[in-house]
Design a protein around this ligand. Structure first.
Ligand code: PLP
Length: 438
């Protein structure tokens, strides 16, 4: 007899690899719309995850659904090279308009990881240099190339250590700054010293193809660096003719309140990797560079069968149109500001909330042990479960999985933020009461 969804959920551990089922919360869902998931249990859940920063224009926006239907009536598969189609060329034109600096030429792929692979390969090819520098704590994906620069958690590498030719330097962490010292100057001086030490002891700058980083640390814990720190990274790269790659897979497409974090921080990279929000849930990503740089990367040095799928490109175009029509960059700035103010008020009432770190609608809420001040993953899981019971989904990040990620769709309203943070407030209150009663 045909199994029901409920029965298949029970059998899920036998059918899906644990690494596919992922960490939290695996909510059985039958429909998604706007800022909501509709559960198999008949309940409606407010989504503050955007499917991990993907559905920026909301789930199943009517224009996105229409774009899929219209595109499927014409073309479903490329591949570019065998055929050429308008949606991929139009998307490249329109993306070039919103990207910073001279980033105007695209290699389309399917996932963020692939865009990173492309970025690293491009940098190595055009510089003819073998080494890559990344920042400790950054997440760039899990294929062997991307993993060679991913250091957000060692469990991602355990028994699978990549053999990539990479070096790591620490990311900006103002919280480590000694008392009485200006934290911005501290992280900038530290950056200079870390690079100097790396270049003296381990690798000469002439051998380094690129420096890659997330302009805001994502999976590693939502750490926002000072603008001046990012500018210093740019300066160090320029000093040694090293290419700078921004991984904007998560920070891109409006999340920080501008199209890209490069604009929020006013620092332009030479190469950018974009994915997630660009096609509202369809698999699409791109490695982006100037035409001048891309021209040096000849035919055959990289390739793809599925990259730049015609339906995904049409959805990319629809997503851009929606973001502009609905002023979603402005909404992101306003709602981000509003949510952070409310979160500060909530933080003031409790002892388990550490710092709140945010840019636009990329908001991290650190959960700590109220007695030791240390990261509190157990508490975070309990708070997420309690919040879910009440009807709101958050996600998590941080090296100890101690930071709650609040990344609602960029269409989120004040009322939805009020509603979600009311449930969050109740969840924190119940958790704190439970540990104080222990
Ligand atoms: C900053 C960053 N880079 C790369 C990736 C990898 O993207 P994907 O999972 O689409 O391969 C992610 C995914 O979470 C990410 O957040």
């Amino acid at each position: 007899m045909e199994q029901t969804f409920e029965q298949r959920i029970k059998n899920m551990p036998n059918r899906l690899a644990p690494s596919m089922a992922k960490d939290h919360p695996n909510l059985p869902v039958i429909k998604e719309e706007g800022c909501y998931y509709y559960g198999l249990d008949g309940r409606k859940y407010l989504d503050f995850t955007s499917g991990i920063a993907v559905t920026n224009v909301g789930h199943r926006h009517p224009k996105v659904v229409q774009a899929i239907k219209d595109a499927a009536d014409g073309l479903m598969h490329g591949p570019s090279g065998v055929i050429m189609y308008d949606s991929i060329l139009r998307l490249a034109d329109e993306l070039a308009e919103i990207l910073p600096g001279d980033l105007d030429c695209f290699f389309f792929a399917n996932s963020g990881t692939e865009a990173i692979e492309g970025a690293i390969k491009l940098a190595k090819y055009v510089t003819e240099r073998p080494y890559v520098i990344s920042f400790t704590g950054c997440f760039h994906g899990r294929s062997m190339g991307a993993l060679s620069v991913t250091t957000s958690k060692s469990k991602y590498r355990k028994f699978m250590q990549p053999s990539g030719l990479t070096y790591q330097v620490p990311y900006a962490n103002e919280s480590e700054c000694p008392n009485g010292v200006d934290s911005e100057s501290y992280v900038i001086e530290k950056l200079e010293k870390d690079f100097e030490s790396l270049f003296i002891h381990q690798v000469t700058p002439e051998e380094v193809a690129c420096v890659i980083l997330e302009p805001v640390l994502g999976e590693g814990g939502y750490i926002v660096p000072p603008k001046a720190w990012l500018k210093k990274v740019r300066e160090i790269c320029d000093r040694h003719q090293i290419l700078l790659i921004f991984d904007e897979v998560q920070t891109g497409f409006g999340r920080t309140g501008n199209w890209f974090a490069a604009q929020t921080f006013d620092v332009n990279p030479d190469i950018m990797a974009i994915a997630k929000g660009i096609a509202s849930g369809l698999p699409l990503s791109a490695t982006v560079a100037s035409n001048e740089l891309m021209k040096k990367w000849p035919l055959g040095s990289h390739g793809t069968t599925f990259g730049g799928n015609p339906i995904a490109c049409s959805v990319g175009l629809a997503t851009l149109e929606i973001m502009k029509e609905e002023n979603l960059l402005e909404n992101t700035r306003n709602m981000g500001h509003y949510a952070v103010q409310k979160l500060q008020q909530i933080k003031d009432k409790y002892n388990v909330i550490g710092s709140i770190r945010a840019v636009g609608l990329m908001i991290g809420i650190e959960i700590i042990n109220p007695y030791t001040g240390k990261p509190n993953n157990e508490g975070l899981m309990k708070i997420l479960d309690l919040a879910l019971e009440k009807g709101v989904l958050f996600y998590l990040c941080g090296k100890h999985s101690e930071v709650i990620r609040m990344i609602p769709p960029l269409i989120v309203t004040k009322e939805q933020i009020d509603d979600g943070l009311r449930m969050f407030d109740e969840a924190v209150s119940e958790y704190e009461a439970s540990i104080l009663n222990d």
